[in-house]
Design a protein around this ligand. Structure first.
Ligand code: GAR
Length: 333
C-alpha cells in the first residue's frame, strides 16, 4: 500500500483507507503541550499519531512521559554543534521515524533555514500570545505591562521568521486583576492544551476538506487568462468570460460522495486511458460524456502541478484562437 504525505493510503481499486498522519514532536522541557497532543491522539477518531518525541536536552522531563506512554523518543544535546548540523541530526530522526508533520511544543531553539525549508507547510508551532503581538520570550509579562484585557495563545505554520507564519487558530484568555506572569501563564497553558490538538487535527486533514480543495482549484483556474467563476447546477465552475466552461468542481454530485475536478480531455481516447492508468483517481463523470474526465481531489496525495497542467490543457480546448496565441507568447517568458 502506498503511503502519502497527508496521512492517506490509497489501498486498491475500490476505494481509500484512511490512516493516521504521522507527527514528530520537538520539545525542550516540560512537554505539557506534547502530552496534550499525545493524549488527544489516543482517541480513535484523532486523525494523527505521534511517531517520535525528540528533545535538544536529554534531561527534558517530557521525554520520560513520552517513553512511559510508549512513544519513541530521541534526545541529543545541541551543545557544541552548529545550528544546521544539529538540525540535520533531528531531521534524520524525524524522517526515519516516518514523520510527515512536525509539531513544535515548547521547542526553545531557533531553527536553521534548511530545516524550515525541509518541512515547509508541514510544521506547526504553539506560541503563548495572540500573535502578531509579543513574539519571542516574556509574552505574559508584556501583555500585563501593556495593560491588555486579554492574553492568549496561537498555533501557526512555521516559516523562516521567528513566531511568524500563517496563524491557524488562537484562544484569547482574559487577564484577571492581580494576575502575575505565572498565574496568567498557567491559565494560558490550559488554553494551549485545548487549542493545539484541535489545530493539528484540522491541519493534517485539511487537504481532504472541500473548502480547502475548492480554493486550491480556484487559485489555479482563475490564474488562466480571462477565466471566471460561476455556479452551474449548484457546482462552482470555471470558464472563459462569456465563453465556454473548462472546469467544474464536483462535491458529492449525484450522491457519489466524491470531491473532484472535472476537466475537458484533449483527445477522444484520453478519458479511457487515464481511468485505466489510475482507476482510483480518474473517473467518467456522469452526464458529461466522453469529452470530460473526473479527477478525485480528496485522496490526500493530489499533485497540484498536475491539476494546474490539466486545467491549462482544458482551458486550451475552449479558449478562442486569439487568446491562445496571446497565452503562448506569455508562456514563453
Ligand atoms: C508553552 O507555553 C509554549 O507555548 C511555549 O513554551 C511553553 C512550553 O511548555 N512556547 C514558546 O514560548 C515558543 N515560542 P510545555 O513544554 O509544557 O509545552
Amino acid at each position: 500500500m502506498d503511503r502519502h504525505p497527508s496521512g492517506v493510503s490509497r489501498a486498491n481499486r475500490t476505494g481509500t483507507v484512511q490512516v493516521k498522519a504521522k507527527v514528530g514532536v520537538l520539545i525542550s522541557g516540560r512537554g505539557s503541550n506534547m502530552a496534550a497532543l499525545l493524549y488527544a491522539a489516543r482517541h480513535p477518531s484523532c486523525p494523527y499519531e505521534l511517531v517520535l518525541v525528540a528533545a535538544n536536552d536529554p534531561e527534558a522531563p517530557g521525554l520520560k512521559l513520552a517513553a512511559a506512554e510508549g512513544v519513541p523518543t530521541f534526545a541529543h544535546s545541541h551543545k557544541g554543534l552548529k545550528r544546521a548540523e544539529f538540525d540535520r541530526i533531528v531531521d534524520a530522526q524525524l524522517r526515519s521515524a516516518g514523520a510527515e508533520y512536525v509539531a513544535l511544543a515548547g521547542y526553545m531553539r531557533l531553527l536553521s533555514p534548511e530545516f524550515v525549508a525541509g518541512w515547509e507547510g508541514r510544521m506547526l508551532n504553539i506560541h503563548p500570545s495572540l500573535l502578531p503581538r509579543y513574539k519571542g520570550l516574556g509574552t505574559h509579562q508584556q501583555a500585563l505591562d501593556a495593560g491588555d484585557s486579554h492574553a492568549g495563545c496561537s498555533v501557526h505554520i512555521v516559516t523562516a521568521e521567528l513566531d511568524d507564519g500563517p496563524v491557524l487558530g488562537q484562544t484569547a484568555v482574559a487577564i484577571l486583576p492581580g494576575d502575575t506572569a505565572e498565574s496568567l501563564a498557567a491559565r494560558v497553558l490550559m488554553a494551549e492544551h485545548q487549542l493545539y490538538p484541535r489545530m493539528l487535527a484540522e491541519f493534517v486533514t485539511r487537504e481532504r476538506q472541500p473548502e480547502w480543495l475548492l480554493n486550491k482549484v480556484r487559485e489555479h483556474a482563475l490564474a488562466l487568462p480571462q477565466a471566471d467563476e460561476v455556479t452551474s447546477h449548484g457546482m462552482p465552475c470555471f470558464g472563459i468570460e462569456k465563453g465556454k466552461k473548462f472546469a467544474y468542481f464536483s462535491q458529492g454530485n449525484h450522491g457519489d460522495g466524491v470531491i473532484a475536478i472535472l476537466v475537458k480531455t484533449t483527445a477522444p481516447e484520453e478519458q479511457a486511458m487515464l481511468i485505466e492508468s489510475d482507476p482510483a483517481r480518474y473517473y467518467r463523470p456522469a452526464y458529461f460524456g466522453d469529452g470530460w474526465v473526473g479527477i478525485k481531489l480528496d485522496l490526500g496525495d493530489t499533485d497540484w502541478d498536475h491539476i494546474g497542467d490539466r486545467l491549462d490543457k482544458s482551458w486550451r480546448t475552449v479558449a478562442p484562437r486569439k487568446l491562445l496565441g496571446l497565452k503562448d507568447i506569455a508562456d514563453q517568458f
